[in-house]
Design a protein around this ligand. Structure first.
Ligand code: PNS
Length: 164
């Protein structure tokens, strides 16, 4: 309809425990192709072995994405398809690092589509610089006292130091 613009809302869901430079690369690139990007952190009350609490993860994401004017941070529990409908999102972004991610990501995209026909997933190829990087690798390095410099934003690096 003339004069009526549809706002494209993207969702970038994940655990973000913690947010890595790979996540920030996806946030930077995906926020450039939608009007608004919501980074949605899954709150799973049954998962106890997390490094950062949900509140800490929200704070770290807010801090590290504050220079993106169209990025919002939120958390959700339950099914992603229910959440995307509450925020009227048009598209789900997921980063693909390597072929090993593909099977799981494809399954998730197809289940989401089956559950909700408007749930469209867009896979974004991770930059080669971060193809080896994951939150679980960061948690393991942190646990064994290895440096995570260059893998996570400085503030996350600092918070990891405080934890151990
Ligand atoms: O960062 P992660 O842990 O790879 O993110 C996975 C996430 C949060 C996107 C996924 O587990 C999810 O969407 N969970 C919500 C529950 C759900 O909707 N499950 C059905 C799809 S399999």
């Amino acid at each position: 309809m003339k004069g009526f613009e549809i706002l494209k809302i993207g969702i970038y869901p994940g655990s973000f425990d913690p947010v890595t430079n790979g996540h920030l690369d996806i946030i930077s690139r995906s926020s450039g192709i939608v009007d608004k990007l919501i980074v949605a952190i899954l709150y799973n009350p049954n998962k106890s072995n997390t490094l950062f609490t949900i509140e800490e993860r929200v704070c770290l994401l807010e801090e590290t994405t504050k220079h993106f004017p169209n990025v919002e941070i939120d958390s959700f529990s339950g099914l992603l398809v229910d959440y995307i409908q509450t925020v009227n999102a048009n598209v789900i972004f997921r980063g693909l690092r390597a072929v090993t991610d593909f099977e799981y990501e494809m399954q998730m995209a197809q289940i989401n589509k089956k559950l909700c026909s408007k749930a469209e997933t867009l896979f974004m190829a991770t930059s080669a610089d971060y193809s080896f990087l994951s939150s679980s690798v960061v948690r393991e390095l942190a646990y064994f006292g290895a440096s995570t410099i260059g893998l996570v934003p400085d503030i996350v690096q600092q918070k990891i130091k405080e934890k151990y």
